[in-house]
Design a protein around this ligand. Structure first.
Ligand SMILES: *Cc1c(COP(=O)(O)O)cnc(C)c1O
Length: 396
């Protein structure tokens, strides 16, 4: 257990869920830790620092410019604000009053998801209005074309496992439709490893989280067309002030991005592949489990273990996730598909010893449920209700 857990009396957490911001996102890489520590006691001109960030982000992404925000969520708000105000200082100070500005944002309906908060709300925070194109599982080019108008400030496109997996336009199609109407495209790909593809596909502004795969401190990275990046940066004179990133977030994001460029990605992949193989072997004969190596949904170079939790396991998938989380250390698995009887194990944020503890704990919980017969009691609806009630009772 780390000293900080001891000092604050916090339960240690083993992360088999990937990069989840509710448990601290990722293990920050040493280069970013050092950069954050070195800037904290110093003064630095923030505009100069963001100028350096712009150059580093441009080099990493192929974009004209970039800057660092407090998060991807705030970057969505600031990107939309930029598309409405441009570099007009009076309009920037007037938001969220959008009088006289183009203030609609077109989003494919299947992209209006919840990543922890609703995508549409991040748009509306700027004062803009959301125009949903198509329906959840059916967004065709004619839907997008019909949603675009002379009121449209931007199109927003999300790349994520949260997005409805079928029936959505691809990015080149969405870009072409928006371009035809002179509308800039903002892409939220907070959790996607690809740093160049969306810019190359013609996106005007692209957003990533520094604290996810990059292993940086909590921050957002924005890259794109220089005038739009400038307008987004200038929102710090307006609504962006409420979403401020500090010097530590900016230097940490720069360091993480540079470290990512130097990282031995093949070695990291091999390490993760070995953990996945060890999980598949360790759980192969556990009662009731169906195991599968599953490549990432959106094409990131990572495989996970998909665990189907069947009747013989003696408990439902959501009960398994709950009971693992309640252990000490608390083991967090990927539970977004538990309703379908599946949990996932993600190898990107733990070491081999922790991975072994995860497999041992899963076997122990199944054994206990089978021996005690206390599983398969809580319905999924009850599980959801209980989870919400616990969240709403904070700080109790
Ligand atoms: C994580 C995530 C976000 C939020 O990112 P933050 O940087 O934590 O605000 C937004 N969109 C998608 C698709 C995400 O995966």
């Amino acid at each position: 257990m780390a000293a900080i857990h001891d000092a604050l009396g916090l339960a240690p957490v083993i992360n088999a869920s990937g990069t989840m911001t509710v448990i601290g996102a990722s293990r920050v890489v040493p280069e970013a830790v050092a950069a954050v520590a070195s800037v904290l006691p110093e003064f630095v001109d923030i505009a100069d620092l963001q100028r350096k960030a712009s150059a580093v982000i441009a080099a990493a992404t192929g974009a004209e410019a970039g800057f660092v925000t407090s998060s991807s969520a705030s970057a969505m708000t600031l990107g939309v604000a930029a598309a409405m105000t441009g570099a007009d200082p009076a309009a920037i100070e007037r938001l969220p009053d959008t009088g006289g500005l183009r203030d609609e944002v077109v989003v494919p309906a299947g992209h209006l998801v919840n990543f922890g908060a609703p995508v549409g709300q991040m748009i509306r925070l700027s004062g803009a209005m959301v125009v949903s194109a198509g329906t959840a599982f059916d967004v065709q080019p004619f839907h997008v074309a019909a949603a675009l108008s002379e009121r449209t400030a931007a199109g927003l496109f999300v790349v994520s496992h949260h997005v409805v997996p079928t029936g959505q336009p691809d990015l080149p199609t969405f870009v072409a439709l928006c371009r035809a109407k002179g509308v800039p495209v903002i892409v939220d790909m907070a959790s996607e490893y690809d740093l160049t593809g969306a810019i190359a596909a013609g996106a005007d502004l692209v957003i990533w989280s520094a604290h996810k795969f990059l292993g940086g401190p909590t921050a957002g990275i924005v890259a794109g067309r220089k005038d739009l990046v400038r307008a987004a940066y200038l929102q710090s004179r307006g609504i962006g002030r409420a979403m401020k990133v500090g010097k530590e977030g900016i230097v940490g994001a720069i360091a993480a991005l540079e470290a990512w460029g130097r990282r031995d990605h093949a070695a990291a992949r091999a390490r993760e592949t070995a953990i996945v193989a060890a999980w598949l072997a360790a759980l192969a004969d556990a009662p009731g489990l169906t195991l599968r190596r599953q490549p990432d949904w959106t094409g990131n170079p990572i495989d996970r273990v998909e665990i189907g939790v069947g009747e013989a396991a003696g408990l439902f998938a959501w009960e398994l996730a709950d009971r693992l989380a309640a252990r000490t250390p608390s083991i967090r698995v990927r539970a977004d598909l538990v309703e379908t009887g599946i949990v996932h194990l993600d190898p990107c944020n733990l070491d081999a010893a922790e991975a072994e503890l995860v497999a041992t704990a899963i076997r122990a919980e199944i054994e206990a449920a089978r021996a005690q017969g206390d599983g398969r009691r809580l319905s999924h609806a009850e599980y959801r209700t209980a989870g919400l009630a616990a969240a709403l009772a904070w700080p109790d």
